[in-house]
Design a protein around this ligand. Structure first.
Ligand code: MSP
Length: 512
């Protein structure tokens, strides 16, 4: 069997409720996973939660419950929001899963046995919310360079991973595999960071008990980042089921946010090298979202829950907006006005109205039964060609995770369909009994274009793809059809009955 296409999101800290920033990575990963499934590939899509660490222990204490109880309570917010956003992950990993803990212990023991782990004294700063160690020289005005919050002095005997020993191999790998860290701006950042010299990494904590005990020294627990990174291999049974593991690893892509790049592009590959495991094919870091021009933060009270937007716009409009509006890889700004504008222009108009118009015409002129096509004219050829172009273009864009460009290509196709509907003017043809054959062809082509639309939007807007498919009268699920074969022109079976159904995206009042 072929190796599965393996895509991951970061595992989310359970302390914060999911918001539109955290959901961004997951929605993008979902669209990618669904696209590969649409192409008939086997896919493994992983997400989950990062539940150990000092900040979780402290939050639990503040709330008067054990860390595990706290994690159990918080994790439901994640599973619930992913269910609402129609996220199709194949597994949900929690770092408190006994299997994850067993794999993490096996892994660290292996590195210890190989001599890549040693005991030393750590003295430096620690940012608890970010769970990151910092050298005095890295602090900015005495605060965490990452998040600007207070840091704490840590002085304890820790186990260290010989990260420095892998610097040359890492540089070699990154130089010879330009696709390994993307986008390029992130790749350059990683290269210059390694060139400055890598310090060995503390990978255990002595004064903390909420974590995975080290197998070779039960008085210490694993540093939460070392533990967390291992989720990518524990979920697929590294060291437990070799055959399963080899059928999925290496990851095709780890989607992450830009602030956790060093862990994924430096520490993680070095850990894998130390364990003699193949490296992921790619680490892709996306940008950060701001809200109405500002960084989201609890103190500003501007954190947006995906639930609120789904209540307001619906799940597919949510997914569409975030994938269409932002260029994955770069920062972007969310605004309600902008989302409403896109909803009305792109979804209510270009997509929703077009589907309704096309199906309404089949109902009106042919009682809902789609006629067979006749002789192809130039305008029909142009429509067919724009469909082919969209299918090819979407594929090229998805190769490089350019979700916004893939959607742009689909919307170019929708513009062609709308043009075709206007130019062929079925309503005029319907008045002339001599042009009945031509009307058949026009109606058929329009429906065929709607069929392709359903397939193309499916990874981005699954419920919409399914909803259109149903309106097209198919009994069998859209998920049984795969690209590129299903994109061939004239596959729609003449005689099948379609129905216009309810509007897909009712217009929204702009004044909100
Ligand atoms: N637990 C670690 C990841 C461990 S992976 C082995 C972690 N968790 S997190 O919950 O803080 O963040 C998870 C992801 O959410 C990161 O990729 C981060 O970039 C993303 N986002 C959090 N806020 C964001 C925005 N405002 N905008 C876009 N993504 C952001 O880090």
């Amino acid at each position: 069997m072929d190796k599965l296409y393996y895509v991951t999101t970061p595992i989310y800290y359970v302390n914060d409720l999911p918001h539109i920033g955290t959901a961004y990575t997951t929605v993008a990963a979902d669209a990618l996973a669904r696209y590969h499934r649409l192409k008939g590939e086997g896919v493994y899509f992983l997400t989950g939660t990062d539940e150990h660490g000092q900040h979780v222990a402290r939050a639990a204490e503040r709330n008067g419950v054990s860390p595990k109880e706290w994690a159990d309570r918080m994790v439901t917010h994640f599973t619930e929001v992913w269910r609402r956003l129609n996220i199709s992950n194949d597994f949900f990993i929690r770092t408190t899963d006994p299997r994850h803990m067993e794999v993490a212990r096996n892994f660290i023991q292996l590195l210890y046995d190989k001599g890549d782990i040693y005991l030393d004294t750590y003295e430096g700063w620690y940012c608890v919310p970010d769970e990151s160690f910092w050298l005095p020289s890295q602090l900015v005005e005495g605060k965490c360079p990452q998040c600007g919050r207070e840091v704490e002095m840590v002085q304890e005997e820790n186990y260290f991973f010989r990260l420095s020993a892998y610097a040359d191999r890492l540089l070699e790998h990154i130089s010879s595999h330009p696709e390994f860290v993307q986008p390029d701006i992130r790749r350059n950042e990683v290269i210059s960071f390694i060139r400055q010299g890598l310090a060995d990494q503390s990978i255990s904590r002595k004064t903390i008990s909420w974590g995975i005990p080290l197998p070779f020294d039960e008085s210490q627990v694993m540093y939460v980042w070392f533990d967390a990174l291992l989720n990518y291999v524990s979920a697929i049974d590294y060291s437990l089921d070799e055959a399963r593991f080899r059928g999925i690893w290496p990851a095709d892509v780890h989607f992450i946010g830009k602030e956790i790049l060093r862990f994924h592009a430096i520490v993680w590959p070095a850990m894998l090298m130390a364990a003699d495991l193949p490296l992921p094919r790619q680490v892709f870091a996306h940008g950060w979202l701001t809200v109405e021009g500002e960084k989201m933060s609890k103190s500003k009270g501007n954190v947006i829950s995906p639930h609120d937007l789904v209540d307001e716009y619906g799940v597919d409009a949510y997914r569409y907006y975030f994938l269409r509006e932002f260029s994955f890889g770069y920062d972007g700004n969310f605004s309600r006005e902008n989302m409403t504008g896109r909803y009305n222009a792109d979804l209510a108009n270009s997509l929703g109205n077009m589907v309704s118009r096309v199906l309404a015409m089949v109902e009106r002129y042919r009682g809902g039964e789609v006629p067979g096509p006749g002789v192809e004219e130039a305008v029909d050829t142009a429509l067919r060609e724009s469909a082919d172009l969209a299918v090819a273009e979407v594929d090229r864009c998805m190769e490089r995770f350019a979700f916004n460009e893939a959607l742009q290509a689909i919307w170019n196709f929708l513009a062609s369909i709308n043009r075709y509907v206007d130019e062929t003017a079925a309503w005029d043809l319907a008045k002339d009994p001599d042009r009945s054959d031509r009307l058949d062809t026009v109606l058929y082509n329009q429906v065929e274009a709607v069929r392709l639309t359903a397939l193309l939007v499916l990874p981005f807007m699954p419920a919409t793809g399914e909803g259109i498919w149903e309106r097209l009268g198919y009994r069998r699920s859209i998920h049984e059809h795969h690209l590129p074969a299903a994109a061939a022109w004239e596959l729609f079976p003449p005689g099948q009955k379609v129905s216009k159904g309810a509007p897909l995206f009712p217009r929204k009042d702009a004044a909100r």
